[in-house]
Design a protein around this ligand. Structure first.
Ligand SMILES: NC(=O)c1ccc[n+]([C@@H]2O[C@H](COP(=O)([O-])OP(=O)(O)OC[C@H]3O[C@@H](n4cnc5c(N)ncnc54)[C@H](OP(=O)(O)O)[C@@H]3O)[C@@H](O)[C@H]2O)c1
Length: 161
């Protein structure tokens, strides 16, 4: 399983249930990378998706609730159950958030595809700081580009050592 995330300079990822930065290039890349694969997400991230389940991908939602159900998703009550579902489908598996899932399961990811925005915005949800974690190394960094609102960003690939 690989993680994919969009962060600001202090590894902020969200506020009030929403993303921090609007970045079309990042959304396009997210779609391209995850298309055809399995996406594992927390119940809160699922509920924040504007268009419901992500099309063209197997959506697996993690919840502890026995009552949660939604059309177009498989519901798992543990990460092991989610990974079994993903294995049964085959293909690549992506951990797509949110903060709670990243925090618990980053250690079982092989790679992290990080879109790094060079700005700090008020956040209430964070990704683990991989630059301060010696078990992770930054293997590739793209050239800097800019969002429509002028925020510099680049894509970074981190590998779990
Ligand atoms: N920047 C990015 O790339 C990115 C990506 C995704 C999300 N986000 C942001 O992250 C924030 C949401 O993160 P969050 O931490 O509040 O929520 P979350 O991780 O999306 O979902 C948390 C929920 O997942 C379920 N859960 C968590 N751990 C579980 C486990 N071990 N077993 C079973 N179920 C488990 C629980 O659901 P129940 O309460 O139903 O039991 C829990 O309340 C939002 O601001 C969102 O915009 C950012």
């Amino acid at each position: 399983m690989d993680a994919i995330v969009s962060v600001t300079a202090d590894w902020g990822i969200g506020r009030d249930g929403s993303l921090l930065v609007r970045n079309r290039a990042d959304m396009k890349r997210f779609k391209e990378l995850t298309m055809g694969g399995n996406v594992i997400m927390g119940r809160k991230t699922f509920e924040s998706l504007p268009g419901g389940p992500l099309t063209g991908r197997k959506n697996i939602v993690l919840t502890r609730s026995r009552d949660f159900a939604a059309e177009g998703v498989e519901v798992a009550r543990s990460i092991d159950e989610a990974l079994e579902m993903a294995d049964a489908h085959g293909g690549r598996t992506w951990l797509i958030g949110g903060a709670s899932l990243y925090g618990q399961f980053i250690d079982i990811c092989d790679e992290a595809y990080v879109t790094y925005h060079d700005c700090v915005l008020e956040a209430d949800a964070y990704f683990p700081n991989l630059d301060e974690d010696e078990r992770w190394t930054c293997a590739e960094v793209s050239e800097t580009d800019f969002t429509a609102s002028g925020i510099p960003f680049h894509f970074a690939l981190y590998r779990h050592l």
